[in-house]
Write a protein that binds this ligand. Sequence first.
Ligand code: FAD
Length: 476
Amino acid sequence: GGHDGEYDVLVLGAGPGGYSAAFRAADLGQKVVLIERYATLGGVCLNVGCIPSKALLHNAAVIDEVKHLAANGIKYSEPEIDIDALRGYKDKVIGKLTGGLSGMAKARKVDIVRGVGRFIDPYHVEVELTTGAEGQTKTGEKKTLKFKHAIIAAGSRVMKLPFIPEDPRIVDSTGALQLKAVPKKMLVIGGGIIGLEMGTVYSTLGARLDVVEMMDGLMQGADRDLVKVWQKMNAHRFDNIMLKTKTVAVEAKADGIYVSFEGEAAPKEPQRYDLVLVAAGRAPNGKLIGAENAGVAVTERGFIEVDKQQRTNVPHIFAIGDIVGQPMLAHKAVHEGHVAAENASGHKAYFDARVIPGVAYTDPEVAWVGMTEDEAKKQGLKIEKGVFPWAASGRAIANGRDEGFTKLIFDAETHRIIGGAIVGTHAGDMLGEICLAIEMGADAVDIGKTIHAHPTLGESIGMAAEIAHGSCTDVP
Ligand code: FAD
């Protein structure tokens, strides 16, 4: 049929997965089109996720750090917070990055079509052109694009809870990042990373926090010993941490949002809040892209299943990022994007990462990768662990932040590292060494005998390996 352009590779969605795939395919000589409904490239991560949250968390961490200095004889007065300027800083950070992406797309001659795309058959996507920052306005114009290969990178969206009314005092992570005002009393629904990161920002800016979580602990996925350290350092932010508790009703009244709970830690009466952040998870966009017209299978929940080459059940259509499943993280999307693009460009590539790291950019940071101790126990695996408490780290003590620790998990038989975790300042930045060690099959001796610079926090990784090594009887 008629079309407005024919491409080797069509990429649907310009988040970290989509732009990485588009750029890689272009670098491999393909004619590429990238479809995105938002005004800027970068998807959730750059516009309303990873990057703006970290821009705000950085400022919050500096404010908190300065408070720690009081104990060292350096006292500052209370910070004056110009919330409009702070929001401006965050927007400038986003602008630098999304602008950089546009330049990179141009340099690679990747065509960008702004609009909402949906498959109309296995070789065509129809795009309803949009304007407005979030693509909210449809121009009424349509384009049909023909492709040889397609890469679906349409990501995920905030999961809505059915019983929650529309009210400006009830926000999701996107609304929270808009940073309109600092409430006195804030409820975070969902004790995962996103909720706790945004809670940290608002609390440092002056809000009192409550958090409600259905599971029996905050930051699910991380070992409890790490979370305990974070929780002790952050207890001052919270009035009430409600675990094994459900939010059952939310009512918007003139003087606040009233929330009722059910469960182990539920208060009897509805509680009043100035701001409620709903951070109860994200849902994949698989059902919103006309996948059925292309014959691409979508699960009940909206995920698209793929093989190790990122291929869907339709061999010339690939899928990557949040839309293919957990963990919903930007660095996973980027690597999957590269694999899909290479396969779509006639190469042979596989997603075969041993491990995918996870980091909570709270203060202190909580970072983990591979096998956790709790998981090893559950599976009955024989492990050796090496734990180095930062109370014995010269650098951590000099920094006045020695609450953390570094933990490495080894296979008891091979002594190879299979997991690791760090709680403490800069934990996320340090985690990469543990990821590399796991990917390379390093054992406790490899890591322990690697000379780390002194005095650094990273030394704690070498020390933890030495400790585990000492407990091995027959290291080769
Ligand atoms: P997305 O980033 O979701 O991008 C999909 C894009 O597709 C969007 O731009 C969307 O507009 C577009 N799109 C969808 N459907 C269509 C269509 N039909 N037509 C046209 N365009 C379409 N991850 C981390 O690794 N580290 C972090 O620190 C981190 N922090 C986060 C903080 C917050 C508050 C949130 C919400 C998420 C965070 N994440 C973080 C998760 C991270 O943002 C996602 O894992 C990542 O963005 C997924 O990338 P993606 O390419 O799969 O899709």
